[in-house]
Write a protein that binds this ligand. Structure first.
Ligand SMILES: [Zn+2]
Length: 312
């Protein structure tokens, strides 16, 4: 299967990124890590963000091990321990659960998934019995895919529906996690946020130095989320869906990227060029092409997504 064909056939970010990974992305994750690393595996590392809070950065591409593909995290309170994302495989979730128990003395009690894509949800059975916070829309889409999977994946455990319009607060005892409904990467995304210090898990509303997957995206809303990132505290830490933990300097580059893609898509749309043809001709500017994944298919997805918006 060619790279292009592979990407056309794949609908979830997990499969999409696994395909990209096999074409070499590893250098992106090797840059200096600023936080204390408490555990490292072939597929990822666990970085201490602040006492009781850890970010898991998937390094799947470095070693072509896709036990985890998206980033995740552990947030501990006095009474509860929340984990972010179901990850790609039960083995990945089991590993995060084991790390949580080792670091906090407690098994994870709560899981939040950011959206329905397989690399964020398929591993959820690895957590065993856990309260799962998910929007109705994400639950429906994910469980539809679970039922169709080669090896059927069980539905989510002990579901607590997240509001699609209002933030939900989850009390972990001395620490509150706020889950905020968003849109942009899919029709139903959520961000997982703590304050003091401000840390935001964005799901796939933000890819740091990896070309985003526009497959199910509404790009104007994705750009609006770029503004949300820009409005965070100067010292906020952002855990993207994919890529290393980010700060405002990284966000600035990401917003330049989003603006560049929008401008290119508007220009070719106005000129009447078909999305496929425009994507084929398009080249990222030099300032952005060093660290972004380059593939005809992911660019075509971006143009196709923008054309959906511009047609309206
Ligand atoms: Zn995704």
């Amino acid at each position: 299967m060619t790279r292009r064909h592979f990407l056309q056939q794949s609908s979830s970010c997990g499969v999409y990124l696994a395909g990209l990974g096999s074409f070499g992305l590893g250098h992106l994750f090797a840059k200096e890590v600023k936080r204390r690393v408490v555990a490292t595996e072939k597929w990822g590392r666990l970085e201490e963000v602040t006492p009781g809070v850890w970010a898991m950065v998937s390094t799947a591409f470095d070693n072509k091990d896709f036990t985890t593909v998206c980033n995740s995290g552990i947030i501990a309170g006095k009474t509860g321990v929340l984990v972010v994302e179901g990850t790609m495989s039960p083995k990945g979730a089991q590993w995060i659960a084991a790390q949580a128990e080792k670091l906090t003395g407690k098994k994870p009690t709560d899981l939040v998934v950011s959206h329905f894509h397989g690399d964020h949800v398929n591993g959820h059975p690895g957590y065993g019995n856990i309260r799962t916070w998910v929007t109705k829309s994400t639950q429906t889409a994910a469980e539809k895919n679970f039922a169709k999977a080669k090896t059927v994946i069980q539905p989510f455990n002990e579901v607590q529906s997240l509001s699609a319009t209002e933030p939900t607060k989850i009390d972990l005892g001395g620490r509150t996690v706020t889950v905020v409904p968003r849109k942009g990467h899919t029709a139903s995304d959520v961000t997982i946020e703590i304050s003091d210090p401000q840390v935001v898990w964005t799901g796939d509303l933000y890819f740091n130095r990896v070309f985003p997957n526009y497959g199910d995206a509404t790009p104007n809303l994705l750009n609006d989320f770029g503004k949300v990132l820009d409005d965070l505290d100067d010292k906020a830490l952002i855990v993207p869906g994919h890529g290393t933990v980010a700060d405002q300097a990284d966000v600035k580059v990401y917003r330049e990227f989003l603006a560049e893609i929008e401008a290119a898509c508007r220009k070719s749309h106005e000129a009447g060029t078909e999305a496929k043809a425009a994507a084929k001709e398009y080249q990222l500017p030099k300032s952005l092409d060093e660290w972004l994944v380059w593939s005809p298919s992911n660019i075509e997805r971006a143009f196709t997504a923008w054309y959906r918006v511009l047609k309206k």
